[in-house]
Design a protein around this ligand. Structure first.
Ligand code: F3S
Length: 443
């Protein structure tokens, strides 16, 4: 039997909608049903976990904080494991890092509201690195675009890109509307992308993501990697499903895949990609639609050039960890900074649990003068209030958004170039063979 929304609801769901479980749950399922109605869902699906974006007070503002407090006051409580996206500051070290007290107070009020709903204050865009990742085929409701891409593409879970309020609604009623990427028929690729250049650095995956995201927009690309690309080619030999230890240890392939997804979600609106022979769905079936368009990428230089400033710029902030750094990335940075002295600020953003796991490498980085910062990211923190003017990063997503979000100039390049910029205070220029080009004006 269908209700007036044409969505088939279970008896329990009808009860929620009728207010049987209180006004907070009623409001939550009303949001989920309204979305399902707009997108033509036929039913709701239970979700196994939720990741909520809209945590930084910089983005939420007072109106957002009030919205959260009102829902909490109605008795809202989450019913599935729920984590948060990065907040606007490091929850433990904000004072030493120079975050304004007034901002910290408002940010804490946001976190208190989430905590009162039973949400873990795990503020990270890589929840899959710090807690049990979703299983293949499992329905979840995540909202951070890079995490959505990773969950769908690398883990084979199912989620649309939820907004902050709709993710919170899903956590409170435990349901999402079954449309879009929750359904098999919407998970086929509509672009075949042949890549003929090697992907050796994390920034290479980001440059690739920039190039593909700007072309496919909200499409679903299926990559065919033709050049030997270190760990990707090794993985292609074996099982494609992701075992837990792989995620918790981290490796360069995981770092590359999270970076690729983040870049395509930023420059386009890609929420799912496949890599033939590697990602779970593309390892068991041909995920290409019969009318798929074709793209060929033979050179990453245009991606680097579009995001890179010219050489010789004085750099006052180098940031790594967008998406949040894995333990593997922190180890690489420790190796590159060991025994050196930094002239520019080096901020590595990560999850608190990853920082704890990598404590020996964190000490090495701190001895060189760097900071390993948790719970936040440079895009949602008020970095413009901290006096920084020029940022270097190896993240295409960070390089793409920062000029419009924070007003800083950005240099984009390899991890090695970023560390050298941190040591010298000067950006050495674009990657070898890349001519400087005008910056992208999109944000
Ligand atoms: Fe994460 Fe912030 Fe980048 S949320 S993906 S570190 S822009």
């Amino acid at each position: 039997m269908r209700d007036q929304h044409q969505i088939e609801l279970t008896t329990e769901e009808k009860g929620m909608l009728g207010g049987d479980q209180g006004p907070a749950v009623q409001r939550a399922i009303e949001i989920v049903v309204a979305l399902g109605t707009i997108y033509g869902a036929e039913s709701l699906v239970p979700v196994a976990s939720v990741q909520v974006a809209g945590v930084s007070y910089k983005n939420l503002g007072h109106a957002g904080l009030e919205f959260l407090c009102q829902w909490a006051a109605q008795g809202a409580r989450v019913r599935v494991p729920t984590t948060l996206n990065p907040a606007g500051m490091d929850l433990h070290r904000w004072r030493t890092l120079g975050f304004p007290e007034s901002f910290a107070r408002q940010q804490q009020a946001v976190l208190d509201a989430y905590a009162s709903m039973g949400i873990a204050l795990t503020c990270t865009c890589t929840p899959y690195l710090v807690s049990s990742p979703p299983e293949f085929g499992e329905h979840v409701a995540w909202s951070e675009s890079s995490a959505v891409s990773f969950a769908n593409s690398v883990l084979g879970a199912r989620t649309n890109r939820e907004g902050g309020p709709s993710a919170l609604a899903a956590a409170i009623c435990g349901r999402a509307a079954a449309y879009g990427l929750h359904l098999d028929r919407h998970r086929l690729a509509n672009y075949r992308v042949d890549v003929h250049c090697p992907l050796e650095q994390v920034s290479d995956w980001g440059a690739l993501g920039y190039l593909v995201g700007t072309r496919v927009r909200d499409g679903i690309p299926c990559f065919h990697l033709h050049a030997p690309s270190c760990s990707a080619s090794l993985r292609a030999e074996g099982s494609c499903l992701v075992p837990d230890p792989w995620l918790s240890t981290g490796d360069s392939l995981i770092d590359g895949l999270k970076t690729l997804g983040a870049a395509m979600a930023a420059t386009g609106a890609v929420a799912l990609y496949h890599i033939a022979g590697l990602t779970p769905e593309a390892s068991v079936a041909d995920m290409l639609a019969s009318d798929a368009q074709r793209l060929t990428i033979g050179d990453l230089a245009p991606g680097y050039a579009a995001l890179s400033a010219t050489s010789g710029l004085h750099v006052d902030l180098v940031t790594i960890g967008c998406p949040h750094a894995s333990a593997h990335e922190i180890a690489e940075i420790a190796h590159a900074t060991a025994g050196r002295h930094l002239r520019a600020a080096l901020w590595i953003t990560t999850a608190e649990q990853t920082r704890e796991r990598a404590s020996a490498d964190v000490e090495t980085i701190e001895r060189a003068g760097g900071h390993v910062i948790t719970d936040t990211c440079m895009l949602v923190a008020p970095v413009e209030q901290l006096g920084f003017r020029v940022m270097a990063t190896n993240s295409a997503k960070m390089a793409f958004y920062t000029p419009s979000h924070s007003g800083l100039q950005v240099c984009f390049g390899t991890l090695q170039q970023c560390i050298e910029a941190a040591c010298s205070g000067v950006w050495s220029g674009p990657s070898p063979g890349v001519a400087p080009a005008p910056r992208s004006s999109t944000g």
